[in-house]
Design a binder for this molecule. Structure first.
Ligand code: B4P
Length: 190
């Protein structure tokens, strides 16, 4: 089973590149951002709680996100593997994910980390904000907060996966197709 963590700051291209990896390797996509947005579109209690954090560019509490991922893993047992997109975002989330995957002897195969300059991230998200309707993509100060939260709480995850030999850094600047080619090349060797 192939389990990939697609990693990077907001706007690095995680959602974009996940589509290429799904097509190439037949994996199931688990994006916590998409799952949380569908919860609040459905008006659930979990979704309404998450919305208040997401609109400020803060992380949704670990227990909410971990509970959501556990139930998705349990209901998708017949799979070739998963792409975890935007999850884990804290060391506690990574530990919780490892616990569940280890119970089924299906560990993380690799962490693909997209590296993109801060100004490019801001430009990409502001331009998506013009068409997506996402409140967190329309205000530069919220985008900057998301990047700060990433640097403080999410970036340390690189040091969690590196000693396990699972971290792969990829330059995420350039054409979407070229970046996809580099990612596919890495995954083929895992
Ligand atoms: P997400 O939905 O994960 O949003 P994101 O980090 O902004 O990344 P996204 O995947 O959308 O953008 P992408 O890089 O693909 O999270 C939203 C919020 O949900 C978080 O802020 C947080 O509040 C909450 N949340 C989610 N997961 C959580 C967790 N695990 N724990 C706690 N809270 C959680 O791409 C962005 C844009 O760039 C696209 O428009 C794309 O077209 C463009 N782009 C991509 N590649 C490009 C390239 N090479 N060149 C030019 N443009 C490119």
């Amino acid at each position: 089973m192939l389990n990939l963590v697609l990693f990077g700051p907001p706007g690095a291209g995680k959602g974009t590149q996940a589509e290429f990896l799904i097509k190439s390797f037949g994996l199931d996509h688990l994006s916590t951002g998409d799952l949380l947005r569908s919860e609040f579109a459905a008006g659930t209690k979990l979704g309404l709680e998450a919305k208040s954090y997401m609109e400020k560019g803060e992380l949704v509490p670990d227990e909410v996100v971990i509970g959501m991922i556990k139930s998705k893993l349990e209901s998708n047992k017949d799979t070739k593997g998963f792409i975890f997109d935007g999850f884990p975002r804290t060391v506690d989330q990574a530990k919780a994910l490892d616990e569940v995957l280890n119970e089924n002897a299906t560990p993380i195969s690799g962490m693909l980390s997209l590296e993109v300059d801060k100004q490019e991230l801001i430009n990409r998200l502001l331009s998506r904000g013009k068409v997506s309707g996402r409140a967190d993509d329309q205000d530069q100060s919220i985008i900057e907060n998301r990047i700060n939260v990433y640097n403080e709480k999410t970036l340390p995850l690189i040091e969690y996966y590196k000693p396990q030999g699972k971290h792969f850094g990829i330059n995420g600047m350039g054409s979407i197709e070229d970046i996809a080619g580099k990612l596919i090349g890495i995954v083929e060797k895992l």
